[in-house]
Design a protein around this ligand. Structure first.
Ligand code: ATP
Ligand code: MG
Length: 362
């Protein structure tokens, strides 16, 4: 069986370091491993519209931002198909048929959708499109016959939903769709990177992000005002590591070689943590180190982004070409789906023959 990746992001803003460690960094590694037959990376504009229906301009403006973030992170249009969801109408058609395989109560149980509804104060006015987006995500994944979906932990319920749809579809209509596997970050800190305010998730919607394209000054401002251990008041006080965002970010980004370069008093992160817990290590020193680490990690991305920013029409061209390729693949799957469901009235000579015979003796 082919090894195929499908994943993507909503163009509701620039991508942040949470996206990077949760999925984007992994995608680039997988792309460069050459172990996959096909890689599809989707800018999910139609999904973004499900909770931004009154602000289509926001989505429109952010498509190029996400594309630039992709390219700056190292996604290579020669190796990965970068495309825009709305340009693949086959995905809507698949969703429409999948909707019949899912119950309302099943959708209501989805914990990620539940918390997103709360976050958006949608309780009494949930748009139907938003409520059903896990089904449209199943269409996105299955249209490309994805076997591997590298995403953050918040996407687990979506993958479960997709698997259920695949099983149900195959049981009812015959083996057609491929069951995908979720690929979560192997580093615990990256499963759901917290925001700079210490809140559970860095999210565009919560305004607690460090963006991939952040300039040095803004990055430093954000890092220096980050949430740490609120009880760690004096340098001499023992500090807590758990729930301390600065250390979570170091878990996600730090490599041993950064100590030799920027903090030679320590050999590795364990030693730094140990000192912080013991007392005698101030937040400012740790934050300055984190700032250096993040700067080092983001510098090559910033540089690549600057290059692509010089030729925006080329970036749109990449997305246009990618969308054409993606459409062909999705069309192929849609044909298989409709054949399995026997929605192929005009192509099925047998059907026409049988119906003719039925009326032949009248
Ligand atoms: P929005 O607030 O518009 O939903 P978002 O920041 O949640 O935006 P998405 O576009 O919904 O971003 O998510 C894209 C991908 O990034 C998904 O794979 C998701 O799991 C991952 N991701 C998003 N935020 C984080 C985070 N804080 N930590 C780890 N992964 C994340
Ligand atoms: Mg999200």
């Amino acid at each position: 069986m082919s090894k195929i990746i499908l994943t993507g992001d909503r163009p509701t803003g620039k991508l942040h370091v949470g996206h990077y460690v949760g999925s984007l960094r992994r995608r680039v590694q997988l792309q460069n491993s050459n172990e996959f037959d096909k890689i599809f990376i989707m800018i999910a504009d139609a999904q973004a519209l499900t909770d931004n229906a009154d602000n289509p301009e926001k989505i429109r403006q952010n498509i190029i931002e996400v594309a630039l973030d992709y390219l700056s992170a190292g996604l290579d249009p020669e190796k990965s198909t970068l495309f825009i969801q709305s340009q693949i109408p086959q995905l809507c058609e698949l969703s429409f048929y999948y909707m019949n395989l899912v119950t309302v109560s099943r959708l209501q149980r989805n914990p990620t959708v539940k918390s997103e509804i709360q976050m958006r104060n949608f309780e009494t006015s949930i748009p139907v499109g938003f409520f059903t987006y896990p089904i449209s995500q199943a269409a996105d994944i299955t249209a490309f016959k994805a076997t591997c979906v590298p995403v953050g932990e918040d996407q687990l319920p979506m993958l479960e939903q997709t698997k259920e749809i695949v099983r149900k579809f195959n049981a009812v209509y015959g083996e057609t769709l491929v069951e995908p596997e979720i690929l979560l970050p192997d580093n615990k800190a990256c499963l759901r990177l917290p925001g700079t305010d210490g809140k559970a998730k860095m999210s565009k919607s919560l305004g607690n992000c460090i963006y991939l394209s952040e300039d040095e000054k803004e990055l430093s401002r954000k890092v220096m005002s980050m949430y740490t251990d609120p009880d760690h008041l004096k340098v001499s006080d023992p500090g807590k590591i758990e729930g301390n965002t600065v250390f979570t970010y170091l878990d996600a980004f730090c490599k041993d070689e950064y100590f030799a370069e920027y903090l030679p008093d320590y050999n590795n992160l364990d030693e730094l943590k140990e000192h912080y817990q013991r007392g005698g290590l101030g937040d400012v020193k740790v934050k300055k180190f984190l700032n250096k680490v993040l700067n080092e990690e983001l510098a090559p991305l910033r540089e690549r982004r600057r290059q692509y920013e010089k030729d925006i029409p080329y970036v749109y061209e990449i997305l246009k070409k990618g969308s054409e390729t993606a459409r062909e693949t999705a069309e192929q799957t849609l044909t298989e789906v409709k054949n399995a469901m026997k929605i192929n009235y005009f192509e099925d000579e047998q059907l026409i023959k049988i119906q003719s015979e039925k009326y032949a003796n009248n």
